[in-house]
Design a protein around this ligand. Structure first.
Ligand SMILES: [Zn+2]
Length: 609
């Protein structure tokens, strides 16, 4: 295995602004959540709801309604029963990760203390050799590492992600150290012992790459690469129920060309592959990921950025098979699309990935949670007869805990930096400290998106270098000015590149035209024949029966429909679209906001006459 040059483990020295990414082939590196303060009319209330409602819901479920914390307490004593599902530890770690992100924008000393107490319980449940997993500790350690589909490494991966996030947010490294001991133990048990292991649910690979980026320790990257290379070589005992394709274990991962199997597993796998490939040359992963990306976005993705249609397998069916009423579109899979496209963009610096990321984020992901932040969708159909509703929790709670950790992490996706450039990927009101070359650059962004199209970036410190502004694919026209004057710029892979010496106080304004766009599906998607979906800015819209009581069954739109954009004070403040043609009126709301009022029918794809 060839190694890239590594900058020593200086990363552990400080948290705020000097996080030192390892040398890699990445076009850009994200500016981490810990350096971004969100101040945004659209996102700040969501982060607040996450802090006020989603996190408390998760804590209540973990401590009171289910036995998840008790499992750790019992494991520490090595006695008592395990309750729940064998991967339930992961939800606890995901909640801690969510709290870590949340503390940056919504500091809460009491909540932090609460998490410190949980972390003490995790540490107490860790065995002498470093192993930690409450399911096997309580049901029989002799059986650990016998069933690759029992998610031991999956849980470890989530613990590691939580440990890293908590360290970055608070400077406290206890959980990180617990997770590292588990990782070191796994490295000895598998990679160093030449013992094959194929994790039945990917996740550890991407988490190991985060640990590598943080510490610079080569063995973590090596282990991630080693685990990826275990797949598809006949080493696994997976498969009895769903077959090895379900686990992406049919061929070596570099030979993957089409997505199949379980959607969330696939997303986490692709994240790990992109991460490893951005550090290790000649893996063959780039060819695989390019082809997989074309397959997913060209043939298998809903207009909401959701993926995975099949209920039984939480996975894929035939290309262009995209049923609306029966869409599966797990919330976690949309989150996975954000995570994967983010990594593809970091690696290649191409806005096409952010266009997809944004689609999944504002539609597929945001639909996963209600307006107040305390009810969740697992399955996200694009049409409903009125029987599909968000729930307070799920027996398999991957989605609620994933939403809990994802929403407050949105700061990760806004800015990127490279040696000589600052990249703006998403337009979200925020203040950030971004390391460009060797200088910390402070910027402030204000935006009216997703409702109004003006975004403004102010330099609060000077910068020498390029400013790269993503040009959203939904904008009909885009104007850019610097200090009020039209700005000359080149375009590179979907970014406007503005090259100049930036002074303190320079203001860059990007005006994107938000217009109502009827979208037509690929003709091979039979389900959407003769219909259109409506998009405005990054948002996909839908019709709910409650707004169209008179004529829901007869709704039709056409090229002659006149659209009025109407800011209204419902559903947390939205811009409604009212379409008029002849005598008929149709009212649309953003898809993410559906099922927040009384139960009723909903459709994204509408008949087109
Ligand atoms: Zn899920």
């Amino acid at each position: 295995m060839k190694h890239t040059i590594i900058i020593a483990a200086a990363a552990l020295c400080c948290v705020t602004s000097c996080t030192q990414e390892q040398v890699s082939q990445k076009a850009m590196s994200q500016v981490g959540f810990e350096n971004v303060r969100i101040q945004d009319a659209f996102w700040s209330p969501r982060l607040e709801n996450n802090a006020r409602h989603t996190i408390p819901v998760c804590i209540d479920q973990i401590e009171n309604q289910t036995g998840r914390i008790r499992n750790f307490e019992n494991a520490a004593k090595r006695e008592g029963q395990h309750s729940g599902i064998f991967f339930d530890d992961s939800d606890v770690y995901k909640a801690v990760e969510g709290v870590a992100y949340s503390l940056v924008n919504n500091p809460d000393a009491e909540l932090e203390k609460h998490m410190d107490e949980w972390i003490d319980k995790f540490a107490a449940a860790q065995l002498e050799d470093g192993y930690i997993n409450t399911y096997y500790t309580l049901t029989g350690l002799d059986k650990r590492w016998t069933d690759m589909d029992k998610h031991e490494m999956y849980c470890a991966g989530h613990m590691l992600e939580a440990g890293i996030a908590y360290y970055k947010a608070t400077g406290k490294d206890k959980l990180l150290q617990v997770a590292r001991r588990m990782v070191d133990y796994m490295i000895e048990t598998f990679m160093q012992a030449d013992r094959h292991w194929v994790p039945g649910h990917e996740e550890i690979e991407l988490a190991l790459c985060k640990l590598y980026a943080l510490t610079g320790e080569q063995k973590y990257l090596d282990f991630a690469y080693w685990l990826l290379e275990q797949r598809g070589r006949g080493f696994s005992n997976l498969a009895q129920t769903y077959g090895i394709r379900h686990y992406q274990d049919e061929v070596p991962v570099k030979d993957l060309r089409e997505i199949y199997g379980h959607a969330v597993r696939a997303m986490y796998l692709f994240c790990g592959m992109a991460d490893v490939a951005s550090y290790v040359p000649n893996t063959g992963y780039m060819e695989a990921l390019d082809s997989l990306w074309e397959d997913v976005t060209g043939r298998r993705m809903y207009v909401t950025g959701g993926i995975g249609v099949a209920y039984r397998t939480e996975g894929f069916s035939a290309p262009y098979d995209l049923p609306n009423y029966d869409a599966y579109c797990e919330t976690c899979a949309s989150i996975g699309m954000v995570l994967w496209n983010h990594r593809m963009n970091e690696w290649k610096g191409d806005a096409k990935y952010v266009n997809v990321l944004e689609r999944s984020l504002y539609n597929g992901v945001l639909a996963g949670i209600n307006q107040t932040g305390d009810r969740f969708f697992y399955v996200n159909p694009l049409a409903s007869r009125g029987q599909h509703h968000r729930q307070a929790w799920y027996g398999c709670a991957c989605c609620p805990s994933n939403v809990c950790r994802f929403i407050p992490s949105v700061g990760n996706y806004i800015y990127g930096t490279s040696k000589d450039a600052l990249w703006v990927n998403l337009y979200v009101g925020s203040e950030a400290t971004c390391r460009v070359g060797r200088k910390d650059i402070k910027v402030k962004m204000e935006t009216g998106l997703p409702w109004q199209g003006t975004s403004r970036l102010t330099f609060e410190t000077p910068m020498k270098g390029n400013l790269r502004l993503r040009l959203p694919d939904w904008a009909q026209s885009i104007g850019i000015t610097v200090n009020g004057e039209p700005a000359e710029h080149e375009t590179d892979r979907g970014y406007a590149v503005l090259d100049r010496r930036w002074k303190q106080g320079d203001v860059v304004e990007l005006v994107t035209e938000l217009s109502v766009k009827p979208l037509e599906a690929d003709p091979r998607v039979k389900e959407d024949e003769g219909q259109r979906a409506i998009q405005r800015g990054p948002l996909i819209y839908c019709a709910e029966q409650i707004d169209n009581a008179e004529n829901f069954q007869d709704i039709a739109i056409s090229a002659q429909t006149k659209w009025h954009e109407q800011p209204v004070d419902i559903l947390g403040g939205i811009t409604e679209l009212v379409g008029q043609q002849d005598e008929q009126t149709v009212t649309l709301i953003p898809y993410y906001a559906w099922d927040n009022r009384e139960a009723c029918e909903m459709r994204v794809w509408l008949p087109w006459k």
